[in-house]
Design a protein around this ligand. Structure first.
Ligand code: PLP
Length: 471
């Protein structure tokens, strides 16, 4: 299978070739030339598979240039009870008949990003070892992505991680989660500044093309194609867990930010998984809810981007959204290019009133809604009172919108994107007590920490990287 760019101007590449790449050279995002179709016989055969085997069957359709035996070993090593603390990997929790939560947050950092990032760590190590190469991952984080990347890459051959975070600005739990890692290939750089300073430094270092090439700098951001593919697997798993036969349909509700998670749902649906609705939920940062309600996609300025109690959904634009628009436009790259040029010029584009926009719901099954801080508190309280289940703030955004979009006779599966233990402060506000912590996390904040405090100075960061790669 070959991959092309949503902007239509990149030479087709294989899965392994785009694995370590970010944007395509023409500024677009990579997508497979066509989505593999799942047959009725495959669907029936996959229903009973353990998670790692199901992951192998699905990912092999996309990663056709990795020998099947190697890929099978990689998924077997990735999706283990040891890493995910449960043999089911993604158990389905039923709140009431027809209303479920798919647990995606049992990995090491207690958020769903581990589902894809753990696979990425093993895939990276595999292709780098095969090619005799090394990679230095540079990133900026305000919490979730950085820790997930570090836990996926720790101890991996040929890989180092340099992760910038705003010094003193993350929660005690998030800080401890990252800084307690003692692996010699993980470098936590605590920058005197805010998250935007960290991001600016990553951009400045990446724009120094000579330095970037010499130091073999790469990233693991949410547009990475392998991350999206890994996420396709749990839509199948969730479907099998919530149904008895392949004649049934289900809907999924997805707490969304950069559109990576729900993009995987869209792809599962395009492959033939019987998904009725894809319910997109945002918080007060409602760029995507606005689009799915009105057809207007308007990116927000920093001043318009709110810090909310579901912080991992605080986005000003959705970096994976272009993948869906490409499909919506009938894979017409010229049209995508024109829309993104307009976006650059005017900060927005509109499909309102067009036949294309009508298809968003009718043909692709998307509906949406938004949730506020008050809604989150209310949903967390109600869920605890009615079902005895404690959910986190992001999952609460998903459940709130799921209940608005639920249809009689169609099971609704809400994706759980984090555990409540990660967001203690808001949980205390909602319930008056701290949420439970999984075993092994009780004393996280008391573990010894390893990090370097640095100024918000790209040159200083570059010197640090060069000194530690020896390149
Ligand atoms: C990253 C994240 C999201 C948003 O996922 P996208 O793929 O960016 O849409 C939602 N919830 C949590 C807890 C996250 O970490």
């Amino acid at each position: 299978m070959q991959y092309l760019s949503t902007r239509g101007d990149a030479t087709p590449k294989s899965f392994s070739e785009i694995l370590l790449a970010g944007l395509a050279p023409d500024g677009g995002l990579y997508l497979p030339q066509q989505y593999p179709q799942v047959t009725k016989a495959e669907l029936a055969a996959w229903r009973g598979l353990p998670y790692a085997e199901l992951a192998f069957e699905i990912i092999r359709k996309f990663a056709t240039d990795i020998p099947p035996a190697d890929l099978r070993a990689i998924t077997a090593r990735t999706y283990t009870e040891q890493v995910y603390r449960t043999p089911a990997i993604t158990p389905l929790k039923t709140l009431e008949p027809g209303l479920h939560i798919l647990e995606l947050s049992n990995g090491p950092t207690l958020a769903f990003k581990d589902m894809a990032m753990q696979l990425l760590g093993n895939l990276f190590e595999y292709v780098l070892t095969r090619a005799g190469q090394e990679l230095n991952i540079l990133g900026a984080t305000s919490g979730d992505t950085g820790s997930s990347a570090e836990y996926a890459m720790r101890g991996k051959h040929g890989i180092r991680v340099f992760m910038l975070s705003p010094y003193g600005k993350m929660s005690a739990f998030q800080t401890a989660q990252m800084f307690s890692l003692q692996d010699p290939n993980i470098f936590n750089l605590a920058v005197r500044g805010v998250f935007d300073d960290c991001q600016d430094i990553v951009k400045a270092v990446s724009n120094d093309h000579a330095f970037k090439a010499r130091q073999k700098i790469g990233t693991v951001n949410s547009i990475n194609w392998a991350r999206v593919v890994a996420q396709v697997v749990y839509y199948f798993r969730g479907y099998f867990a919530a149904t008895r036969s392949d004649d049934e349909v289900v809907s999924f509700a997805v707490p969304s930010g950069n559109f990576g998670n729900i993009c995987a749902g869209h792809i599962a649906r395009q492959m033939g998984l019987p998904i009725r609705r894809l319910v997109l939920a945002t918080n007060e940062n409602d760029v995507l809810d606005e689009f799915f309600r009105t057809g207007v996609y308007r990116v927000r300025a920093s001043a318009e981007t709110f810090h909310t109690s579901s912080p991992s959904m605080d986005i000003s634009k959705a970096s994976n959204f272009e993948r869906f628009i490409f499909d919506l436009c009938g894979r017409d790259a010229a049209q995508v290019r024109a829309l993104w040029q307009q976006l650059e010029r005017e900060g927005s584009f509109s499909l309102a009133g067009t036949p294309l926009f009508a298809e968003v719901g009718t043909r692709y099954g998307f509906v949406s809604g938004r949730s506020t801080h008050a809604d989150r508190l209310d949903t967390i309280r109600t869920t605890e009172a009615q079902y005895g289940v404690i959910i986190d703030t992001h999952t609460a955004d998903g459940l709130k919108v799921a209940l608005e979009q639920r249809e009689a006779g169609v099971p609704m599966i809400v994706l759980e994107t984090a555990l409540p233990a990660k967001f203690e402060e808001t949980l205390v506000e909602a319930l008056g007590r701290k949420p439970p912590r999984p075993q092994g996390y009780a004393d996280l904040e008391t573990l010894p920490q390893r990090f370097e405090v640095m100024d918000a100075d790209a040159e200083q960061i570059k010197r640090f990287i060069a000194a530690h790669t020896g390149l």
